[in-house]
Design a protein around this ligand. Structure first.
Ligand code: NAP
Ligand code: MG
Length: 488
């Protein structure tokens, strides 16, 4: 165990310098597997630090946008190499800081490397079209230009991948950035930014300011020199950011919650459907925005599915994500644990039947961590709280249905629409699901949680601001289209 006095202090990164906050204050980042372990201390910044970072990003903007895009891409390749070199250290820090298992943390860090290489390559790809003009002597075409300074606000659940899938396209398309990561994962963010610093980006192109979202978030989102905000996090904060950005005419992109359904039909591969429901719903302690949370199972297979699901869930090994063999770590924070436990209480109060889990584990050695048992509810009313609100924890709600249509109607009867999946061998059922399911990501015979970096990602309904991230879709947000007409 690392004692408080031994934990390192991490700084903000502004204008190419590691800088202490003007407040002179720091906060501790705690290991959720052991509340007594401090992973490190980060700057508890205020608006003064944000102002400096935005000024640095603004000052760096012109030279950065004038660099050819392939040259900007070269910096991303170097950042990718730096992260790859430090992959084990970054993954270990991520596990210690937010609790996901080490293999998952390594996988996510490797994803960060792949994202950087993908967007480095974007620097060599086309950004416009030639469009025939009605004037035979003119050339008309579109090109794409950067927006300017982009504010990047990120959550703790993918503390490497999300900052990178926002910063990498922002940078390669010629923007400069100020990153404000979630407090819970400020140290992991600092390591990622160290890798950007190692890559030698010109001073001010990449900036990091850590601290309380309610304080420095508005300082960033309301700043007149910030032309765009890209945000991933809760619906509550997202809507606030969207309203404020709209008011001052800034571009914004919000990726928010999900309440993702899986539909299991009688012809499904039962084993596969159960494994995918467990993996989609409980891996990473259910703390993925694409996590499965509502499970609509056809009555023809319901009892078998339920029995196998409970049997396999009871076998999952809970513990510190650093230990080999552990399948599920703790909730990322005490606040998150309290939220999950309060939803479990609500599920019971609203009449759902608890099949397994539902409480903090009693095992020795887990008492100091923010652990909760993987939890399955049966006989869940699709209109009840646990079937309507995002829990962001390892809780599955089982709902029996009589037909695919009933499953689709109930699955769509909600304000969110991020991802969804179906298990069936019937092509007609697959097509009905693909056509009718309100979700930005629909998957057939695969779990709801699963994103490929080269494909667009984002939700329908209130899960997003209706733009998409990742793949070439990122260009839509991080650039503006300029239509050019030239007559010689
Ligand atoms: P959150 O509370 O909304 O926080 C997200 C970020 O916003 C954090 O950096 C937070 O800082 C900051 N923030 C807080 N208040 C702010 C304000 N007034 N202005 C500007 N920024 C502010 O969300 P979270 O609890 O960290 O993350 C969980 C949520 O993220 C879930 O709802 C999940 O579904 C969603 N999520 C969505 C996706 C997706 O792609 N759709 C991916 C992952 C997660 P602090 O750290 O100081 O609070
Ligand atoms: Mg933490």
């Amino acid at each position: 165990m690392q004692a408080l006095e031994k934990a390192a202090t991490y700084l903000n990164y502004i204008r190419g310098e590691w800088t202490a906050s003007a407040t002179g204050q720091t906060e501790s980042s705690i290991n959720p597997a052991n509340r007594n372990e401090v992973v490190g201390r980060f700057q508890s910044s205020d608006a003064r630090d944000v102002d400096l970072a935005v000024a640095a990003a603004k000052a760096a903007q012109q030279a950065w946008r004038r660099l050819p895009a392939p040259a900007r891409g070269e910096f991303l390749y170097k950042a990718a190499n730096a992260i790859e070199r430090r992959l084990d250290e970054i993954a270990l820090t991520m596990t210690r800081e937010m609790g996901k298992t080490l293999p998952e943390a390594k996988g996510e860090t490797a994803r960060g490397v792949a994202l950087l290489r993908y967007y480095a390559g974007e620097g060599m790809r086309k950004v416009g079209d030639v469009i025939p003009s009605t004037d035979g002597e003119a050339l008309m075409y579109t090109t794409r230009v950067p927006l300017g300074v982009v504010g990047v606000i990120t959550p703790w659940n993918f503390p490497v991948a999300i900052p990178i899938w926002k910063m990498a396209p922002a940078l390669v398309y010629g923007n400069t950035v100020v990153l404000k990561p979630a407090q819970e994962t400020s140290i992991t963010a600092a390591l990622v930014v160290e890798c950007f610093a190692e890559a030698g980006f010109p001073a001010g192109v990449v900036n990091l300011v850590t601290g309380r979202g309610s304080l420095i978030g508005p300082a960033l989102t309301d700043h007149p020199d910030v032309q765009a905000i890209t945000f991933t996090g809760s619906n509550e904060v997202g809507k606030l950011i969207g309203r404020k950005a709209l008011e001052r005419g800034a571009k914004y992109q919000l990726e928010m919650g999900g309440k993702n359904p899986v539909i299991v039909l009688p012809d499904a591969d039962l084993q596969l459907a159960v494994e995918a429901t467990i993996s989609g719903g409980l891996r990473s302690t259910g703390q993925k925005c694409t996590a499965t949370s509502r499970v609509f199972v056809h009555k023809g297979i319901y009892e078998q599915f339920k029995a196998l699901l409970v049997e396999k869930t009871m076998q999952l090994k809970l513990g510190n994500g650093l230990e080999p063999g552990v399948w599920m770590g703790p909730c990322s924070s005490e606040r998150q644990l309290d939220t999950v436990l309060s939803y479990i209480d609500k599920g019971v109060a609203e009449g759902a039947e608890l099949l397994c889990g539902g409480k903090r584990p009693a095992e020795d050695g887990l008492a100091d961590g923010f652990y909760v048992e993987p939890t399955i509810f049966d006989k869940v009313d699709p209109a009840s709280t646990i079937a309507q609100e995002e829990i962001f924890g390892p809780v599955l709600a089982l709902i029996e249905v009589g037909s695919l249509q009933e499953a689709l109607d109930k699955a769509n009867d909600i304000h969110l629409g991020l991802s969804a999946s179906i298990f069936t061998k019937d092509i007609g059922s697959m097509l009905s699901f693909i056509n009718e399911m309100d979700a930005g990501l629909v998957r057939v015979n695969a779990e709801t949680a699963g994103v490929e970096l080269q494909a667009p990602f984002g939700g329908m309904k209130q899960s997003s601001s209706h733009s998409r991230e990742q793949g070439q879709a990122a260009m839509e947000f991080f650039t503006a289209v300029k239509t050019v007409f030239i007559k010689a």
